[in-house]
Ligand binder design. Structure first.
Ligand code: ASP
Length: 402
């Protein structure tokens, strides 16, 4: 009997298991009250493992993107500008919505286990202080920001060397980096198997300590993210109308298959073949532009993820009653750009790389798992926007009005 139940459970899609975990967590938390605190070690364990994998994921993704992207010529420059400006608009929209609607004001999370780091924050000194003094400590101490710095520096230097004389050796290195990335993803995949149980533990703790109200009130956050993502889709439509001969109506009809797949798989990487086909067959984009915009752009560009990560950081700070002034929000924005590049196009990657954004502004990362029960839905929405961003940039690079 137990085997049959376990088998049926394993056959359920992950998001259904996560929702089951959340429902059970509510029941267990309500029944156990303060005793549900005993679930803390399990919740902490999953957080520790997430952190363990976040750093190699970000480091290897950045290195892999920088080593493999074929970025040359004028269209590449135009694409880089489009991608960066889209990501900045996405983050600005996210920050605007979260500041105006203040969804965190409706939620009071239980206090953090340690004291909040309230030292005055100077973005320049604090960020410069995170630049590693040696190559080893970021790896030894699992320091996200140090690893990003090392990853970007090594990636750019290796690109330059490849252009000089080390083509063959760097080709071998790319193979190893890809292996490391696939290995990290495999481990992440296994870790995600534990996520429903982690959700159960975390929700039981919160419900036991503060009742169900904080969880129900997280609906404000979901609504705010959905609104910001919808505004981003409107921005894409306007940008397309102004900068491309592809009309927004035709764009949304032609790309609908890619959007549906992105929403159902929550993976822009898995959607890639369909995105490419929509671009070339339905939107009549030239193959070279599709290769540049979708294959190259897709590796770097995750506007929906960047928007979400910035909003999540602000939401948690609001829920803790920690005001993040403009300087911090700029750091959040910068880190969200980097963390979104480091997020591979797989389900919940953005959720993992969010650790970098929280760490940069000293927000306690122990609250990140609280967002897990919402992530099955928000991940699908942001992945759809990620794919939309790739396609919009591709259409603009391909066809500018004359
Ligand atoms: N799932 C997203 C994607 O595949 C990444 C993320 O988790 O934000 O594009």
């Amino acid at each position: 009997m137990t085997i049959v139940i376990l088998d049926a459970y394993r056959r359920l899609p992950l998001f259904v298991r996560i929702l089951l975990g959340a429902a059970l967590g509510i029941a267990v938390g309500a029944a156990m009250g303060r005793h549900a605190e005993s679930f803390k070690p399990f919740a902490d364990l999953v957080l520790k493992l997430l952190r363990l994998l976040a750093t190699p994921l970000i480091f290897l993704s950045i290195l892999h993107s920088l080593l493999t992207a074929e970025i040359r010529g004028r269209s590449a420059g135009k694409l880089a500008w489009l991608l960066l400006s889209n990501t900045c608009v996405a983050i600005a929209l996210g920050l605007l919505v979260v500041n105006l609607l203040a969804p965190g004001g409706h939620v009071a999370f239980p206090p953090p286990s340690g004291p909040l780091d309230k030292r005055p924050f100077d973005p320049v000194t604090d960020l410069l202080g995170k630049i590693p003094a040696d190559f080893v400590s970021p790896f030894a101490n699992n320091e996200v920001i140090g690893l990003i710095v090392v990853g970007v520096a090594l990636g750019l230097a290796l690109r330059a060397l490849r252009a000089e004389e080390h083509e063959a050796r760097i080709g071998t290195l790319v193979g190893w980096v890809k292996l490391g990335l696939d290995l990290t993803m495999k481990l992440l995949h296994w870790l995600f198997e534990l996520v429903p149980l982690a959700v159960l533990a975390i929700i039981a703790r919160v419900v036991g300590a503060t009742g169900i109200a904080p969880l129900l009130n997280m609906i404000w956050f979901v609504a705010s993210v959905a609104l910001a993502l919808a505004l981003m889709a409107c921005f894409y439509a306007v940008r397309l109308r102004l900068s491309s001969t592809v009309r927004p109506g035709r764009f949304f009809r032609g790309a609908s298959d890619a959007f549906a797949l992105a929403f159902s798989t929550a993976s822009s990487a898995a959607t890639l073949p369909v995105t490419y086909e929509c671009a070339t067959k339905k939107l009549d984009v030239r193959e070279e532009s599709a290769s540049l915009g979708i294959l190259v752009g897709g590796t770097f560009n995750h506007d929906g993820t960047a928007l979400y990560e910035a909003m999540a950081a602000l939401f948690v700070s609001q829920a803790l009653g920690m005001h993040l002034p403009l300087g911090h929000q700029i750091v959040v924005a910068l880190m969200s750009i980097i963390a979104s590049v480091g997020a591979a196009g797989i389900p919940q990657a953005g959720f993992v790389t969010m650790i970098a954004v929280f760490s940069a502004v000293r927000l306690p990362i122990e609250y990140i798992p609280l967002l897990l029960p919402l992530d099955w839905l928000l991940d699908r929405c942001r992945t759809t926007v990620n794919v939309m961003g790739d396609l919009v940039s591709t259409c603009i690079v391909d066809r500018q009005p004359t």
